[in-house]
Design a protein around this ligand. Structure first.
Ligand code: MSP
Length: 616
């Protein structure tokens, strides 16, 4: 049975733990889903994990685990985080589940039988050590970009999906369905892409090169390309429930092409319906200093949940990002946002009103008398406009609209001063208090999808748990429940990130034990290749050989060393630093160097010793 609203998140790779970006998409999907439920829609919400492919195979290999066991462990990080964030999904799909594998094989066979999959030779540069193909563009000085070794021109038989045959159809479809790709400027991006010559998609990988995937139903020497497998989760999870097609695929802008080009063509080729909308949001940017130059005193975004409360954190994320654009995350902005909106506007209103009602009306909600037309109109228009904003994924607008009654009530209290009025006209003061309480109730109903727990708490205190979206549903005559401050003001000095990074501890503060030191794993490494990082003058991307493994590091040494003089140098690397992305480039480890003024010298060893040797 179809539902009114079926929303999906991307399925996340299990090669790393979830971070703010993953959390954001999932929270947004959850919140959108809950808004639809608030407006009485039948809803369905799917999330899950993407468990096949090279990345996952490599991550498992690094940990010396069979891939499935690695997935079974990693998936728990996602499930636990969603629980912590109060994500109310209907189903969680893993691409290693049988129900998914069967459907992927069915669809592949169907497209094959139709004649849209063919076998062809694929040619490229192959590095035997890294077991990977590269294009001309990828090579560095004609060598492997990962290990710097010689590459061979090789041919490989593969299976291709006739995507190019469908591009004209897709352009027309997108043009005829303005809500298929949102926001608008993303639709134009996709159309621009489609107007370039498009190539067919290679949808197989020989098992001799990559074994971790779904076997092609028509050739058991091959596995399915991970994206062809992953995208089908949206269908495989609901096929038997009759819920296809999806209403919305919520994604980040990084995976727009796969969703807006590959996916609709796959569906068309398989004679399946297309989803209604693909909505791509922007990225959360975290100041580079925070991510890369940690002195141990900089907090990771998800730690914010423990520090400031899960619902406050969700509120901030929803308020702060306007759809389509990127947004910056910082602890300072988070604290400011929580204090201004939740502690001041919302929390204060609740405690002021509770005090006034207790002091002057024995805690009983006073009678509102005749419905105040101005307030009723305001309440109604907030609800209507919010519904409209919901259609366009304007989460920042939704938050503003939901907060409007509370903001208006704060002004209204100043205008009507019920604490003074009560001495002359108790009924009039009672009416003013009723309207302000009703405004607070309506805001709480409208914010429930973002902060279900806190809003339920406010509504319980107002004895209004079961009330809805109409103005005037508050029950006069009930006794208000007193309680603690619902959003305590956060008093916290947050040093600007710069200061944080530069502040060096004194020698006494900085004494460490031998055990502390021992946790740092240092190794001898050899630089095999160096390359610029686009858009970052100071950074170089280095490929280093650590004996049994190769690593990529990003280092701020471009002002001191040219790219050519680096290959062949032996350096010392901190090998057990957590992987980070610097300017979008992955970096795993840190090299050691001495810097004074304009001079930098890399730490090295004073004679031959194998790469990967531990530094003690
Ligand atoms: N497995 C694929 C998706 C397959 S869907 C059929 C994948 N996984 S991922 O783990 O890399 O997650 C990507 C998604 O995480 C993005 O599309 C986005 O939703 C979210 N984010 C990851 N980093 C992000 C930010 N910095 N900011 C906001 N969201 C981002 O790609």
């Amino acid at each position: 049975m179809p539902v009114d609203f079926y929303i999906t998140t991307p399925i996340y790779y299990v090669n790393g733990e979830p971070h703010l970006g993953h959390a954001y998409t999932t929270i947004l999907a959850d919140v959108l889903n809950r808004y639809h439920r608030l407006f009485s829609d039948e809803v369905y919400f799917l999330t899950g994990t993407d468990e096949h492919g090279q990345k996952v195979q490599e991550a498992a290999l690094e940990l010396n685990l069979p891939p499935k066991e690695h997935c079974d462990r990693m998936v728990l990080h996602f499930i636990r985080l969603w629980e912590k964030l109060g994500i109310d999904y209907s189903d969680f799909i893993r691409t290693t589940e049988e129900r998914h594998i069967t459907v992927v094989q069915e669809i592949l066979q169907r497209i094959m039988d139709k004649g849209d999959i063919y076998q062809d030779e694929f040619e490229g540069w192959y590095c035997v050590v890294d077991e990977r193909y590269f294009t001309d563009k990828d090579l560095i000085d004609g060598n492997c970009p990962l290990c710097g070794r010689e590459v061979n021109r090789m041919r490989e038989m593969n299976y291709f999906f006739k995507m190019s045959a469908y591009t004209r159809w897709l352009i027309d479809y997108i043009e005829e369905h303005p809500r298929f790709i949102l926001p608008d400027f993303r639709r134009n991006e996709v159309l621009g892409f489609l107007r370039q010559p498009t190539r067919d998609l290679c949808i197989s990988r020989p098992k001799s090169r990559l074994s971790w995937g779904i076997t092609l139903p028509f050739d058991e020497d091959y596995v399915t390309y991970v994206w062809f497998d992953a995208l089908l989760n949206y269908y495989s999870a609901v096929k038997d429930k009759g819920l296809w097609p999806a209403t919305v695929h919520l994604i980040g802008k990084d995976i727009l092409t796969t969703h807006a080009v590959y996916w609709p063509i796959m569906l068309k080729a398989a004679d399946l319906e297309l989803p209604q909308t693909i909505f791509a949001h922007g990225w959360w940017l975290v100041e580079e200093a925070k991510m890369s130059k940690s002195l141990g005193n900089v907090v990771k975004p998800l730690d914010m949940v423990d520090m400031y409360g899960v619902e406050q954190f969700k509120y901030f994320l929803m308020r702060e990002m306007s759809p389509g654009s990127d947004a910056s995350f910082s602890e300072e902005l988070l604290v400011k946002g929580i204090n201004a909106d939740l502690a001041n506007d919302l929390g204060n209103l609740l405690s002021r009103l509770t005090t006034l009602v207790n002091r002057n009306y024995d805690g009983i909600i006073p009678n509102g008398g005749e419905v105040d037309e101005e307030w009723r109109r305001l309440g109604e228009s907030c609800v209507l406009m919010l519904k409209d904003a919901l259609k366009n994924f304007r989460m920042d607008e939704i938050v503003k609209l939901a907060m409007t009654p509370v903001r208006r009530a704060n002004k209204y209290l100043e205008e009507t001063s019920p604490w003074r009025l009560v001495k002359q006209d108790k009924n009039a003061a009672g009416r003013a208090l009723f309207n302000a309480l009703e405004a607070l109730r309506l805001t709480s109903v409208l914010l429930k999808p973002i902060m279900p727990g806190k809003c339920r708490d406010i509504l319980q205190r107002l004895r209004a748990e079961k009330t809805g979206l109409n103005w005037g549903e508050l029950n006069a005559g009930c006794k208000i429940i007193k309680g603690e401050a619902i959003f305590p003001r956060i008093v916290k000095e947050i040093p600007p990130p710069d200061k944080e990074v530069k502040k060096a501890p004194t020698v006494e503060e900085n004494v460490i034990t031998f055990q502390d030191f021992e946790r740092v794993e240092m190794k001898v490494a050899e630089i095999v290749a160096a390359e610029k990082v686009e858009g970052a003058e100071k950074l170089l991307k280095l490929q280093v050989d650590l004996g049994i493994e190769k690593r990529q590091l990003v280092a701020g040494i471009a002002r001191y060393y040219s790219m050519d003089e680096l290959p062949g140098k032996k350096i010392i690397v901190v090998a057990n630093l957590k992987k980070v992305k610097i300017r979008g480039v992955e970096s795993q480890g840190m090299l050691l160097a001495a810097v004074k003024g304009k001079t930098m010298r890399l730490l090295t060893v004073d004679g031959e010793i194998p790469n990967g040797t531990k530094v003690l």
